[in-house]
Design a protein around this ligand. Sequence first.
Ligand code: TXA
Ligand code: MG
Length: 332
Amino acid sequence: METEVLPIQKDGIERAARLIAEGRLVAFPTETVYGLGADGMNAAACAEIFAVKGRPADNPLILHLADAGDIGRVMAKAPDLLMTRLMEQFWPGPLTMVVPSRDSVPALVRGGLETVAVRVPGLISARKLIAACNTPLAAPSANRSGKPSPTTARHVLEDLGGRIPLILDGGPTAMGVESTVLDMTVYPPQLLRPGALAREAIEAVAGTLAAPDASDRPRSPGMKYRHYAPNAPVFWLQSEDPEQILQFLATLGTAKTVGVLAPRAILERIAWPGAVSLGKDDGDAARRLYAGLRALDAGQPSAIVVVFTARSGLGEAVANRLAKASHAGDRA
Ligand code: TXA
Ligand code: MG
């Protein structure tokens, strides 16, 4: 199959809406990462998402709405006061809420659960696309399962070229890490996945959130799988001491074999040829993490070392992805 790449503008959106109506898949940008979209109410179209990504069937999808007012299409009850305040405060934006699902949402979208994950993306062109499709779009990140999420149309093409008919290109994504996932079916709401909306911002509205409960069955099934990992093994180093960093790098190899991803301030002090910068703060690190992992991996290093210490709410999402990428070997 030929994969077309069109800008996310009028013609591209019209073409995408026709494909979605036919039950086909279209990759599109959001403010977080690129998504692999299908008609979220069409079970056969959603099954195709799992096949194309190579995604386990018990890992449910997020439904994307054009407008918060459309929540009744997918949610079984009316939002309570707290959810209404979160919707007002953070939608459109990178907050996904897990809510009781209507029966009309295909079981595959929900991974067989009674709940469904839903968000209204912050990127205006993504909302125009969803409105043109006139149906909630089911969309996981548009990478092959287990690979770093795509933050450019080129990343999507690398992973899914030849497997999907259309990629809408909106340039590099603004945030670079996935949305924050919050379970609204428990009180206090439970943070299932740290993400592009900082925990502190949510807690200012909702009070202290419950942390994921390790002893419980995984409440966010996606969090148990190998994730975000390039081919080379990833080592996450939480150090700001140039001597210690260089010592660790020397145990792994030389600049010819070991790729390094680190904040600019650290790169200025360790001078590692071919190193890729994570920029000046946690927002930069979030934007650059996945692209940096992909860029280093392309050089086929024997190891990738990421030097990163979280400072802010967005840093929590980066640290979470690094923990998963660096422990990937333990997971199936
Ligand atoms: O930023 C994002 O959220 C991107 C863009 C494209 O919107 N999408 C994304 O989707 O990251 P995905 O499929 O890669 O991650 C969805 C996460 C997974 O961890 C999944 O297990 C969890 O949301 N999830 C989905 N439905 C759920 C449910 N009903 N209960 C608990 N967790 C759920
Ligand atoms: Mg994903």
